[in-house]
Write a protein that binds this ligand. Structure first.
Ligand code: AP5
Length: 210
């Protein structure tokens, strides 16, 4: 299974990727997680990424395409993968097409902007393993502590109200047009992402196994 999750920020890509990765036994490649790790480590890529992420903007295509080329050539991607956050522009999608890697399905999670703002405003992320929780919709067992590794839960720097607004705007102008690209290829599957997490997982699996 080679799957792309294509949806707005906060639509639940990371949450569903975690479930799908377990279900199919394949890794999730999250561009956001790769970039945040590099920012934390203070690498050259991290320094470039920070200025774009802080403003809710996209990292330049040439940088992202090279990052993904390197990541997808690694051994753990040989039996399949879930792409969370790539491609995000038509140039990135065309680069992926040109790489010759055949994608089985592109999953679109449909969620209204209003619900997205609520989700991102209440999101909590583990500083250690990047697992995601929510103050209301997916509470950790112990407040402020990650269920998976015991790490400290924190709010992501780009989940501020003004940055959420610009991320949504960037999604609608630069990423949403990709839906048409994948409709034309006949591999787009759209699922309502507005329901509870478990119900959405069921709908996603049904769509993928259809
Ligand atoms: P990235 O980390 O990819 O962020 P994003 O796309 O904005 O997506 P999010 O991680 O915010 O949301 P999600 O859809 O994964 O939702 P989640 O499952 O966490 O990218 C960050 C930045 O990096 C970008 O802005 C850009 O600058 C840069 N970047 C990354 N890739 C790039 C690329 N290819 N090109 C250029 N730049 C790039 O869920 C959100 C919250 O809602 C959680 O709290 C969760 O618990 C909750 N939740 C999830 N599902 C439900 C549900 N069904 N009901 C209720 N609550 C739910």
């Amino acid at each position: 299974m080679r799957l792309i999750l294509l949806a707005a920020p906060g639509a639940g890509k990371g949450t569903q990727a975690e479930k799908l990765s377990e279900h199919f036994g394949i890794p999730t490649i999250s561009t956001g997680a790769i970039l945040r790790h590099n920012i934390q480590e203070g690498t050259e890529l991290g320094k470039i990424a920070k200025q774009y992420i802080d403003g809710g903007n996209l990292i330049p295509d040439d940088v992202m395409i090279q990052v993904m080329k390197d990541r997808l050539s690694q051994e753990d991607c040989k039996k399949g993968f879930i792409l969370d956050g790539f491609p995000r522009t038509l140039t990135q999608a065309e680069a992926l097409d040109a790489s010759g890697i055949a994608i089985d399905a592109v999953l679109n999670l449909e969620v209204e902007d209003e619900a997205i703002v609520q989700r991102l405003s209440g999101r909590l992320e583990c500083k250690e393993c990047a697992s995601t929780f929510h103050k209301e919709y997916r509470k950790p067992k112990v407040q402020g502590v990650c269920d998976n590794c015991g790490g400290e839960l924190t709010t992501r720097a780009d989940d501020k109200p003004e940055t959420i607004k610009s991320r949504l705007s960037v999604y609608h102008t630069q990423t949403e047009p990709l839906l048409k690209h994948y409709v034309e290829k006949g591999i787009l599957k759209s699922v309502k992402g507005q329901d509870a997490i478990e119900d959405t997982t069921k709908a996603v699996l049904a769509a993928l196994e259809d």
